[in-house]
Design a protein around this ligand. Sequence first.
Ligand code: UDP
Length: 378
Amino acid sequence: MYYDYLIAGAGLFGAVFAHEVQSRGGRVLVLEKRDHIAGNIYTEKVMGINVHRFGAHIFHTSDEEVWNYVNRFARFNHYVNSPVAIYRDELYNLPFNMNTFSRMWNIRTPAQAKAIIAAQTGEYAGIVPQNLEEQALCLAGRDVYEKLIKGYTEKQWGRDCRELPAFIIKRLPLRFTYDNNYFNDRFQGIPEGGYTQIVEKLLAGCEVRTGISLQEFIARNGEKPQAEQDRWGKLVYTGMIDEYYDYCYGALEYRSLRFETEELPGEDNYQGNAVVNYTEREVPYTRIIEHKHFEFQTGPGTVITREYPASWNKGDEPYYPVNDEKNGKLYERYAKRAAQEKNVIFGGRLGQYKYYDMDKVIRSALDLAEKTGIPGNL
Ligand code: UDP
């Protein structure tokens, strides 16, 4: 069989790209090494609740075209992410906003909050932050940094805040209004019925094989008589770029996660919120997710997941690229090699070693399809 594209990975990037190629008349074969599609946005029903198996995914975007696109594959509800943070016996609203400041300093007005933060910023005022600690101190002052950022970040990334890039903390809004919306984006929601159905619909009509890695596929294909071998025009690889090249320049660093999911049939509302962060260093998990609140479910029973950050070693699931300077330089070497490939394209969080959100993954897959997805363009 001839395929215009062989796509390794049935996560969001692979599925959007496959869908786009197919809808332009191209033929695709999608390979997935896990036994299920949808990568880390995989959700599955447990006790009637859609459980985010590989970490909470909240869809948010300011890209209207991407928003319209995902709405073709699911109905999105009006969920707005408003996590709370627990630090010892104190509870704060996130992101950092007037609710947080008012609880922390017993104040009411933005002017009071700004004055306290300015006083706490001290020697860091006006500097160009060189790392996450400096960035956090500049933005939010010492109290917020010590109680809500330092412990969480150091357990999440397994390293000192001074060794982390500043941009990570800029993912979080800081505002002087009473607004607990974790995102600044124009559009936000959770697909009613979970994420897996989106990927199922994206891949409808495409040939998909699960439980097989690219390496296994190539080996098995090579064993067939030549006339029966599958052939393809281009390969789209959504796994780790360094693994693809057999770590020839060295291994990139990733962070991993371990999830501990508990079904609580006797509990209807465990924590009153979908996401509760535990920001002190001593609590080994970073957050507890109560999945039913993503879809406003109120029935009996609940399912919760504790999320434990973990170091990554070869063979573990990679969740986050560690986008610091050292890894950035190493990635550039792989990217240079990748740019010379005529028939291999790397996509998604792992293929491009980038801390992409879902909307950015979709945007990049759509752009790639626009550029190269039409079979005649091969
Ligand atoms: N963060 C923090 N305290 C929190 C939540 C987040 O310091 O209570 C920091 C932490 O460094 C984290 C970053 O903000 O890695 C980004 O958080 P986000 O919730 O965007 O991460 P994700 O959901 O992708 O894990």
